[in-house]
Design a protein around this ligand. Structure first.
Ligand code: SF4
Length: 301
C-alpha cells in the first residue's frame, strides 16, 4: 500500500499550505500535546508533501524561509480559507444555524485575495453560497444521529523520536459508540472515493497520530467534498498503521538528514505551477551561460 507517499513523490498537488486557519478547540484533547515536551523538529503532511515534491522548494520554504517573497495568493486558497472559516463558525455556534443565515457568515468570512477578476470572484461567491447552505441542511442528519463534533481546526501531534509528527485536522466527530471520525474538507474536488482517502498522506498521518494517542479508540478518516457533498472514508488496520509508521519514520529521518545546500533545482512537472519558478529559471539560465563559457572555443567555421 502506498499511503500517499509514492504518489506524492511523483507529482504533488500541494494544497492548503498557507491557509491561515484560526485555531479553535472546543474539547480538551491536550493529551496529544502533553506527550511532546522538548522542542523537536515538526513534520506535518504539508511539509512532507513539499519535500516529496521538490527538496529545493522545501529548502526555500522551511529552511531559508523566503516564501514570503515568492508565494502568491490563489483563488483556491482564498476560497478554501473562507469556507473553512464559515464552517468553523457554524460548528462553534452549535451546528444548528438556519441555511439562509449561512450567506451572512460567508460574507463576513470572505477573503478576496488572489482572484484574477471581479467575475471570477463573483462566480466563487455564488458557488460558496450554495455550498454553505447545503452544508447546513446536510448537517441536520448528523445531529439526529447524535454525532458530536469534539474538535475544529485542531492541531494534533505525536512524538516520533527525532521529530514531532503534527497535523491540523478540520474536524473530529465522535459517534455514540465512541468511534472518532477525522473529517477533511476539500473545496476543489467533486467526487471522493475510499481509495483516494486510503492513499491520502494527510489522512493517514492524522489517523496515525490519533490512534497512537488513543490506542483503544477506533479512528477512521473521511474526506468530504464541499462542492458536491460527496464523501468517503477509510481506516488503516494495525498492520497497515505499523507499516505506515515505519515509512514515515524513515522519511522523517531522511528529511532531517538531507543536505539541502548540495541540491540544485531540476526541471520537474511541479515547476509549472510553482511560485519559485522565476528564481529557479534564473539558476538554469546562469548554468547554461556557465556551460557556454566553459565550452572549448570552436573556430572551425
Ligand atoms: S520551480 Fe521547480 S525546481 Fe524550483 S522550487 Fe519549484 S518545483 Fe522545485
Amino acid at each position: 500500500m502506498e499511503y500517499g507517499l509514492k504518489k506524492t513523490r511523483k507529482s504533488l498537488p500541494i494544497s492548503g499550505t498557507f491557509m491561515p486557519y484560526q485555531h479553535l478547540e472546543i474539547l480538551n484533547l491536550n493529551r496529544t500535546t502533553k506527550k511532546v515536551k522538548e522542542r523537536k523538529p515538526t513534520l506535518s503532511p504539508t511539509r512532507i508533501n513539499t519535500y516529496l515534491t521538490c527538496r529545493v522548494k522545501y529548502r526555500h520554504v522551511y529552511i531559508d524561509k523566503i516564501g514570503r517573497f515568492y508565494l502568491k495568493s490563489r483563488p483556491y486558497f482564498s476560497f478554501g480559507t473562507t469556507l473553512h472559516s464559515v464552517l468553523q463558525t457554524f460548528h462553534t455556534e452549535g451546528g444548528v444555524a438556519a441555511p439562509e443565515s449561512m450567506v451572512a457568515k460567508l460574507d463576513e468570512a470572505w477573503v478576496s485575495a488572489g482572484y484574477e477578476s471581479a467575475e471570477q470572484e463573483k462566480e466563487h461567491r455564488e458557488a460558496g453560497e450554495k455550498i454553505v447552505q447545503a452544508y447546513a441542511v446536510a448537517h441536520q442528519a448528523r445531529l439526529e444521529e447524535a454525532v458530536e463534533t469534539i474538535a475544529l481546526e485542531k492541531t494534533i501531534n505525536f512524538d516520533m523520536g527525532r521529530f514531532k509528527l503534527s497535523g491540523r485536522v478540520d474536524r473530529i466527530d465522535r459517534y455514540p459508540d465512541g468511534r472518532l471520525e477525522i473529517i477533511d474538507y476539500k473545496s476543489g474536488k467533486n467526487e471522493i472515493t475510499p481509495e483516494a482517502v486510503a492513499s491520502d498522506l494527510a489522512m493517514n498521518v492524522y489517523q496515525l497520530i490519533l490512534k497512537r494517542n488513543y490506542p483503544d479508540t477506533p479512528v477512521f478518516s473521511t474526506i468530504q467534498s464541499l462542492r458536491t457533498g460527496s464523501k468517503a472514508s477509510a481506516e488503516l488496520g494495525e498492520t497497515e498503521l505499523t507499516a505506515f509508521e515505519a515509512e514515515i519514520t524513515q522519511l522523517g529521518n531522511e528529511i532531517l538528514d538531507c543536505d539541502y545546500t548540495a541540491i540544485s533545482p531540476q526541471k520537474i512537472d511541479a515547476c509549472e505551477c510553482c511560485d519559485f519558478l522565476p528564481r529557479c529559471a534564473r539558476f538554469w539560465d546562469n548554468q547554461e551561460l556557465a556551460e557556454l563559457l566553459d565550452a572549448p572555443f570552436d573556430d572551425s567555421d
